[in-house]
Write a protein that binds this ligand. Sequence first.
Ligand SMILES: NC(=O)c1ccc[n+]([C@@H]2O[C@H](COP(=O)([O-])OP(=O)(O)OC[C@H]3O[C@@H](n4cnc5c(N)ncnc54)[C@H](OP(=O)(O)O)[C@@H]3O)[C@@H](O)[C@H]2O)c1
Length: 343
Amino acid sequence: MTELKRRTFVQRAAVLSVLACLPPAVVARIISQTPPTSPFNADSTAEEVTAGLDLAGRTYAITGANSGLGLETMRVLAMRGAHVIGIARTIEKAEQACASVEGQTTPAFLDLADFESVVNCASMIRAMNIPLDGLVCNAGIMALPERELVAGMEKQFVVNHLGHFILINQLMETVMAAPQGRFVILSSRAHRRAPDDGIQFEDLAFQNQEYSSWGAYGHSKLANALCSLELARRLSGTSTTSNSVHPGVINTNLGRHMPWYMRWGGKLLGWAFMKSIEEGAATQTYVATSPGLVGVNGYYFVDCNPDPGDTPHMQDEAMARRLWQLSEELTRDYLPDKVIIPA
Ligand SMILES: NC(=O)c1ccc[n+]([C@@H]2O[C@H](COP(=O)([O-])OP(=O)(O)OC[C@H]3O[C@@H](n4cnc5c(N)ncnc54)[C@H](OP(=O)(O)O)[C@@H]3O)[C@@H](O)[C@H]2O)c1
């Protein structure tokens, strides 16, 4: 054991023995206020952050499981013994992805731009009657070159945020049924490219301003982080948690809408400044599984550690609450009738 690892071990053992003497509610509050610094960093891989973990008996669902970070996250979770529900845009893609990894997987499908299909996917998962230890909201699209609208709203906001908002609410009870269920929501450092005043409550179609592909992507990723922040607030006092994640910059299919010279630049020079897919999947896998993160709720993680975010909007609880309320209004027909977590 290196000197650093020995010191970390002794410190954690001391903290754990103190916590073991306290009532669980107090422990949850203390832990949620002081997320531990992890020994992992930008170079850690999903395999490394789960080394030694036995996830047998746990079930995770992940969207975008057929590509990039989602596929790697599914591979590593299943490799550690978890049952993974791999959700893709079509059943064929989901089946192919699930068949490509070793371990127990179940294919499922939805199109996040088609809210009825999100409800159907959640029904299928609920019908399995298994608590979900984690829902990783990973699927996404980036930097659509032209403004595209779905139901009158900018498409990245719909796919990246609203579709997942419905899935989260539809699976709320299923995640809360696990001993320590976790919502892990993929945000991005690109949240800083959102409009200066944050969520465009009065202009979700981006029609009263010049359309910017990165601005609209950043807007949707700010929405992902704020959705997690408000979800965490609503979950406080329960054993369930929600955290958001920036995975790093990784060369995946996400760049498919970028100009050809940027895609080639990434392929040729990406090794110098980008993470590998194995490294890119580490933070979400760590946040979904780390035993050290029990009760850690409402944080934004970068490189496997909590981060304040690059703009004050990331901590804006009023904006988060307003976004949640608006999202409820926009998707009311697709939400469960029963209120599961009060406002
Ligand atoms: N890569 C990065 O540098 C980076 C940086 C910051 C944040 N992120 C975030 O990380 C997440 C994963 O990205 P990635 O890099 O792994 O990208 P990716 O390889 O392109 O994977 C994205 C996944 O989302 C799915 N998807 C797209 N539109 C969908 C829809 N309407 N309904 C259902 N699924 C849909 C894709 O399905 P298809 O294959 O069928 O299109 C694919 O499985 C995203 O949320 C992204 O914003 C990535």
